[in-house]
Design a protein around this ligand. Structure first.
Ligand code: BG6
Length: 500
């Protein structure tokens, strides 16, 4: 049993301290680290934002969100979690610095407050990533010594497309070494995502059939009932493709598709993941219409809530052409995956919240059972349920008791909840802890991000050139064209929300 040690003393500077990410996810995650004794009383937080405010104002704002499931605090003004003893241990070690992100005085003031190890978390609009890093560099805040690390955590989206991601990398590498950069993809903080590696590389029965001889195709789904809500300003300029595909869904694809690393150190794992992402074939411009689908939700009901038409959402342009749903068929050009389509889909305002990977196996070569219709037995499938109802199941065939041999589908189910306490975590705990202890395994490297953009760039270009997303009713499974995408290949999507 490996026991995690306490992270070293450090100051975490959060740019965007009054934003949603800080209160819903980052600070609750740090409280969980305090609870697990993984950060000590030599850990402190400096929150930076351009709004007026002081230490108490920031701490009061955070009170609402402590101890709430998945960042749902604040809605009813209930501060039930505010007395949490672990939060109280951290609360006094949080201070506020009012300052403009583009003003050198902010960084001078920050310099006066920091000695020793420091990590700078950019929980800001993406436009500030480059300028903040440049100012930190100019102020000398990124210089490391033997006794003091300096690290920068960058939220997604990293760039808006391939050229902007390359430009951002070039900019920040003027001030930082790659080993100081932690590009976050919070999907990698999820236990169930990390479990894909264990499911594959610790189980002979899995890895032995994990290739194009036995696998027919792979489906990766991240369906959400939530809509754009109050995030219109960000989302309308981003869309479902940029928000979810080259980052979150490609990380899942990489976990499923990577070769076994030589060891579990950060660079070995990141090398293997980078190879798979680089092997995703970018569709030819003339093929975009047949391999990619975009949709936009219209009014309806999703997840027990009435939903506006996307174009009527706050901060969304009434003539917006932004997609809230994407489905795409991608091929991975490698020895292992040649000929195996990866179908990816994600969308908002859908029938259920359901993030899953479905690996569908090829049919047996010959089914000799009388009564088995035309040898088309239902396929074996492995369903890796990322969230909710975390687990892994395998659909196999069994003989239905009776005088004739009739194979029927049954499922071997592993549910996390039956074996482990997953506890109440945000997914950021692991990522923050790893960053503080200098482990980059679960963070994206520049080459992964750039290959991700490269693979989707022809689709983004084709969509920018014209056309409209296909409307789908909120609360449905998405646009009809997504079903047609698989039907053309004689396949069908796994039902959304099967386990919810
Ligand atoms: C974020 C996206 O990165 O991931 C959101 O910006 C999306 O639009 C979210 O809702 C999904 O994350 P999770 O952990 O809720 O599946």
């Amino acid at each position: 049993m490996t026991v995690a040690e306490r992270a070293p003393a450090a100051t975490l500077v959060i740019f965007g301290a009054l934003g949603d990410l800080t209160r819903r996810l980052l600070v609750p995650a740090i409280v969980n680290l305090v609870r697990g004794d993984l950060v000590g009383d030599d850990f402190r937080i400096v929150g930076v934002s351009h709004h007026d405010g002081d230490d108490d104002h920031l701490r009061d704002r955070l009170d609402d969100f402590i101890g709430k499931a998945d960042g749902e605090g604040g809605a009813n003004g209930d501060k039930a979690g505010a007395q949490d003893p672990d939060w109280l241990k951290l609360r006094d070690r949080i201070t506020y610095l009012k300052g403009d992100f583009e003003d050198a005085a902010t960084f001078a003031a920050l310099k006066d407050q920091i000695t020793g190890n420091a990590a700078f978390y950019l929980a800001t609009a993406p436009g500030f990533f480059g300028p903040i890093i440049a100012s930190l560099g100019t102020a000398g805040l990124l210089e490391q010594t033997d006794d003091a690390f300096r690290r920068v955590v960058i939220e997604k989206p990293f760039g808006h497309d391939l050229p902007s991601a390359q430009a951002l990398d070039a900019d920040i590498l003027q001030h930082l070494d790659e080993s100081q950069i932690y590009r976050i993809d919070h999907f990698l903080g999820k236990e169930t995502v990390q479990n894909i590696l264990v499911a594959r590389f610790a189980n002979t029965v899995v890895e032995a059939v994990w290739n194009n001889r036995y696998i027919d195709h792979v489906q990766i789904t991240a369906a959400e009932t939530v809509t754009v809500g109050t995030r219109g300003k960000f989302y309308d300029g981003t869309g479902a493709m940029r928000d979810m595909v080259p980052n979150h869904l490609f990380q899942l694809l990489a976990m499923v598709g990577m070769e076994p690393p030589n060891s579990f150190d950060a660079e070995s794992i990141r090398n293997e993941k980078a190879k798979v992402i680089a092997a995703i074939r970018a569709p030819k411009p003339e093929d975009v219409a047949t391999v990619a689908v975009r949709g936009r939700y219209t009014a309806g009901r999703a997840g027990d809530a009435d939903v506006f038409d996307y174009r009527a959402e706050p901060d969304v342009a009434p003539d917006s052409r932004t997609e809230t749903y994407v489905a795409v068929k991608l091929m991975v050009d490698s020895w292992r995956w040649a000929g195996v389509p990866f179908y990816l889909r994600t969308g908002k305002g859908l029938a259920a919240r359901d993030t899953e990977v479905v690996v569908q196996f090829k049919p047996v070569p010959y089914a000799q059972f009388a009564g088995a219709d035309d040898a088309r037995l239902p396929p074996n499938r492995m369903v890796i349920q990322i969230q909710p109802d975390e687990g892994l199941s395998i659909d196999i065939l069994a003989k239905k008791p009776g005088p004739v041999i009739e194979p029927v589908p049954v499922s071997l189910d592993f549910a996390y909840a039956d074996h482990f306490r997953l506890g109440h975590t945000t997914g950021y705990e692991t990522l923050l802890y790893d960053m503080l202890t200098g482990d980059q395994t679960l963070f994206q490297r520049a080459d992964q991000i750039e290959s991700g953009w490269e693979a989707v760039q022809p689709i983004l270009d084709a969509w920018a050139a014209g056309g409209e997303p296909e409307p789908y009713a909120a609360g449905s499974d998405g646009p009809d064209a997504a079903a047609a995408l698989l039907a053309r290949d004689g396949r069908a999507w796994h039902a959304i929300g099967r386990s919810a």
